[in-house]
Design a protein around this ligand. Structure first.
Ligand code: P6P
Length: 336
């Protein structure tokens, strides 16, 4: 047996490849790689493990509920939103290659260093998406997006307002019945599961592809009367064609189900959010990169989400994503 041949033994699981070994192995594919990017993924992994522990212990540690303040979005901040945000800032803040950090929880991006000071990347995240579900133990998640930095950071907001096509990596960590990291660096989608006994994200799937043919839609139908006509026409058509509905109300959990089983996720414009509710830079774009890398489609009204030119950090967009066959069933009824 050659030295690098993977050993297999019926008594030892074959998924002993960790996130760290996976990222380092990918790094060898790039001769000029410095390891800076790997360090960023390592920081996200450490933050994810820490947040997973705090989410699981939330009720025991009495950190459920709100802090009584609102974030920049005007949304009530949960205690764990603040905790998760601080954990990510702490873990990422120590990485010398990060120029700018931007969070859903903070009004302005945080400039750590310029390009000439070694800042090569910008990291954007929603620290704990779906946190209003924490008290009922529904899956919540961290969504992250990594962009290259511009050299002088003339304006921190402009630096992070790059099209989703510019992302060098994106993914999410789902704190659900298990803690799962889904990651893409533009070469397909990999999935890792946290083995809490050894504190490591183990590699369980590579080259994830969204299955076709799942006639399931995911939308908050309570707002249906507010949706533009095309969406309402689609729902009527779906009801008449035997579709089922699944909606968790936590984007990471809903999108993960789409990634695993197919179907379509929709957050249309509503009266309360005429431009859509979900944020482009740290929710729609990272999810769109994952979905497209897994063979799916992601649109915001008539535009491919990844091609939208952002104009501000907390910009919102409508979201339509999922398997191509199911997305097209919606798109054909929308204008443009
Ligand atoms: P609604 C959670 O608050 C969130 O930002 C996403 O995780 C989720 O997809 C969406 O909002 C749910 O919104 O209006 O259906 O409660």
């Amino acid at each position: 047996m050659t030295d690098d041949a993977p050993r297999d033994h019926p008594l030892v699981p074959d998924n002993l490849a960790s996130l760290q070994s996976h990222v380092l192995a990918e790094e060898t594919l790039f001769p000029n790689a410095t390891g800076d990017f790997s360090w960023i993924i390592s920081a996200i992994s450490l933050a994810g493990k820490t947040i997973a522990n705090k989410v699981r212990r939330a009720r025991l540690d009495d950190v459920l509920g709100s802090v009584g303040t609102e974030n920049v979005q005007g949304e009530t901040q949960q205690k764990l939103d603040v905790i998760a945000n601080e954990v990510l800032l702490r873990c990422l803040g120590s990485r010398g290659s990060i120029a700018v950090i931007a969070s859903e929880e903070d009004e302005e991006p945080l400039i750590l260093r310029t390009g000439s000071e070694g800042g090569k990347y910008c990291v954007l995240f929603d620290p704990l998406d779906g946190s209003s579900n924490l008290d009922i133990a529904v899956g919540v998640g961290t969504i992250f997006s990594v962009l290259r930095n511009d050299s002088e950071i003339a304006n921190s907001e402009r630096t992070v307002c790059q099209k989703g096509l510019q992302q060098v990596a994106a993914g999410y960590i789902l704190y659900g019945s298990s803690t799962i990291m889904v990651l893409t660096t533009g070469n397909g989608v990999d999935m890792f599961v946290l083995d809490m006994a050894i504190g490591s994200f183990l590699h369980v799937k590579s080259g994830l592809q969204i299955p076709p043919g799942n006639h399931t839609y995911s939308v908050n139908e309570a707002y249906a009367e507010q949706f533009p006509t095309g969406y309402r026409t689609y729902l009527q058509w779906a009801h008449e064609n035997g579709y089922s509905s699944r909606y968790i109300g936590s984007m990471v959990a809903d999108v993960h189900r789409i990634l695993m089983r197919g179907g379509v996720f929709i957050y249309p414009p509503t009266r309360r959010n005429p431009g859509g509710k979900l944020r482009l830079l740290y929710e729609a774009n990272p999810m769109a990169m994952v979905i497209e890398q897994a063979g799916g489609l992601a649109f915001s009204e008539g535009e491919r989400t990844l091609e939208i030119q952002p104009t501000e950090l907390h910009q919102r967009v409508p979201v339509l994503l999922g398997s191509p066959d199911e997305v097209e069933c919606v798109r054909r009824l929308l204008p443009g």
